[in-house]
Design a protein around this ligand. Structure first.
Ligand code: AMP
Ligand code: ZN
Length: 111
């Protein structure tokens, strides 16, 4: 998708080290971390948000949720972490390419 920052990362146009990659997803560090450790799990398929969810896209999100616990240890999240999806304007979503935030590496406060 033209002008999508995450599509550009996936295409290698914007450099961002991939901590994990398979045929469906990548995991990168958030450029503006909101916790000691802050990662983004990003589907390689561009879709904006939950509002575009269908069976095929739900399979990709399911894949993320299967991979996240398996990756938590090597990402330094073994003591726990927070999983966040910001949906739409009121949800604070700033990048309209579906992604899952993983925050941890410290005790997280309320927000
Ligand atoms: P959201 O506000 O839920 O849409 O989250 C978008 C996230 O993407 C924010 O936490 C940004 O810091 C992060 N972000 C934006 N551009 C980049 C980038 N080039 N590399 C890594 N993370 C990014
Ligand atoms: Zn995109």
């Amino acid at each position: 998708m033209e002008n999508c920052v995450f599509c550009k990362i996936i295409a290698g146009i914007i450099p961002s080290p991939r901590l994990y990659e398979d045929d469906k997803i990548i995991v990168i560090r958030d450029i503006e971390p909101k916790a000691k450790l802050h990662y983004l799990c990003i589907p390689k398929t561009h879709f904006a948000s939950f509002s575009e969810m269908d069976g095929e896209k739900a399979e990709i999100i399911k894949h993320c949720f299967e991979k996240i616990p398996a990756l938590a240890g090597e990402l330094g999240l073994q003591d726990g972490y927070r999983v966040i999806i910001n949906q739409g304007e009121n949800g604070g979503q700033t990048v309209p390419h579906m992604h899952i935030h993983l925050l941890g590496g410290e005790v997280l406060g309320d927000f």
